[in-house]
Design a protein around this ligand. Structure first.
Ligand SMILES: [Zn+2]
Length: 98
């Protein structure tokens, strides 16, 4: 992946950004929703700065997002959006906590 920046984020940007956010979270939706793309979210940059620990940051995201998808997903995957290769950091199933 190129490191070229195609956004206008600064060190004060608060919202999520596919380039700059620290974490990328994917909700793997239930099979019955098979025609729907698995939703992908990026962490809020304000929270990236606030929470140094990836797990704590992921918990904040999950608290916010799980309400949107209540009961409709079976697994959540969390990736490091900044490391090269974007390795998976965490993975948990519905009804599990991080
Ligand atoms: Zn950005």
């Amino acid at each position: 992946m190129s490191a070229k920046k195609s956004c206008k984020c600064t060190s004060k940007t608060r919202n999520a950004c596919g380039n700059c956010s620290r974490l990328r979270m994917v909700f793997l939706m239930d099979f019955e929703l098979g025609s729907i793309q698995n939703p992908v979210y990026y962490s809020f940059q304000a929270e990236d700065r606030k929470y140094k620990d990836d797990k704590v940051l992921a918990e904040q995201m999950f608290e916010r997002l799980s309400k949107l998808h209540r009961g409709r997903y079976h697994k959540i995957e969390v990736y490091d959006n900044q490391a090269s290769g974007k390795p998976k950091l965490l993975e948990f199933k519905k009804n599990e906590t991080l």
